[in-house]
Write a protein that binds this ligand. Structure first.
Ligand code: APR
Length: 254
């Protein structure tokens, strides 16, 4: 059912959430769009509009041209330096706080790598695609959190980033062709399987296995709600469809 009135949809979802012991949200790039961060597949400045994932977001691309791939991720990190959580992120944090208050569970399962759910106050967050802020050495696996100053100086210098051991550092994100972190996936699968309410916000639901969580939740009996200005591959599975921006709609629930 598509609900035209945001207030009615908000009240309906709030009532469902207030009765649920376990609920979750699956988020994608759209949740951070109102923080000024481009999505991958929607809008005029979508990241994959004039670039190809196979040139920038695969292990083969990094092996072929580590400087190019590093430069692209540093460019995305620069866009993040001044980005703040928006009302969508903070509403989800507030929903989690209310669940915790009554000893219930509300989890954020996310495909975003920008860290804005944590910055917005959520603590039960499963980062399925890793984090763009944490890099690791391809040889010795040493980890490093990139600071703003480091991002600026490395962007100016250009080229790949070296680890102390002499090998290269890569962003701590999941590239196409790589498996999701085992623990994160197991957790997401368990959360989706037990959720009574499952919200899908700001994702095109085009990339698997993350997108498969919607069907997992639906099969397990969850009330599935989509929050997205556009139709997606998950729409057909949803019990309630809200055509709105997440930063506009999610605050209405709290
Ligand atoms: N509020 C809610 N949804 C929005 C908003 C907004 N303000 N703005 C855009 N959207 C929606 C778009 O309509 C689109 O359906 O967000 C979705 C963004 O989809 P994608 O760009 O495909 O992002 P995502 O689903 O996160 O992509 C999945 O693809 O390249 C990979 O690894 C990358 O994690 C990413 C994965």
């Amino acid at each position: 059912m598509t609900c035209e009135s945001l207030t009615t949809a908000g009240a309906l979802l709030a009532a469902r959430l207030s009765r649920a012991r376990r609920a979750a949200v699956l988020t994608g790039a759209g949740i951070s769009a109102e923080s000024g961060i481009p999505t991958f597949r929607s809008g005029a400045n979508a990241l994959w509009r004039d670039r190809k994932p196979e040139d920038l977001a695969t292990p083969e691309a990094f092996a072929r041209d580590p400087g190019l791939v590093t430069g692209w991720y540093l460019m995305r990190l620069r866009m993040l330096l001044d980005a703040l959580p928006n009302p969508g992120h903070t509403a989800l944090a507030e929903i989690e706080r209310r669940f915790v208050e009554r000893r219930a569970f509300f989890s954020v399962i996310t495909q975003i790598v920008d860290g804005l759910h944590h910055a917005g106050g959520s603590s039960d967050v499963v980062e399925l695609h890793g984090s763009i802020r944490h890099w690791r050495c391809v040889a010795c696996a040493r980890e490093r959190q990139l600071t703003a100053d480091f991002v600026r100086s490395e962007s100016e210098r250009g080229g790949p980033i070296e680890c102390g051991c002499g090998a290269l550092m890569r962003p701590g994100v999941v590239w196409f062709g790589e498996a999701l972190p085992t623990h994160a996936w197991a957790l997401a699968d368990a959360v989706a399987s037990r959720a009574e309410v499952f919200i899908v916000a700001g994702t095109s639901a085009a990339v698997y296995p993350a997108a498969g969580l919607v069907a997992i939740a639906k099969r397990a009996g969850a009330f599935v709600v989509e929050v997205n200005p556009e139709a997606t591959e998950a729409t057909a599975l949803c019990d309630l469809v809200v055509r709105a921006r997440s930063g506009e709609f999610l605050p209405l629930i709290v």
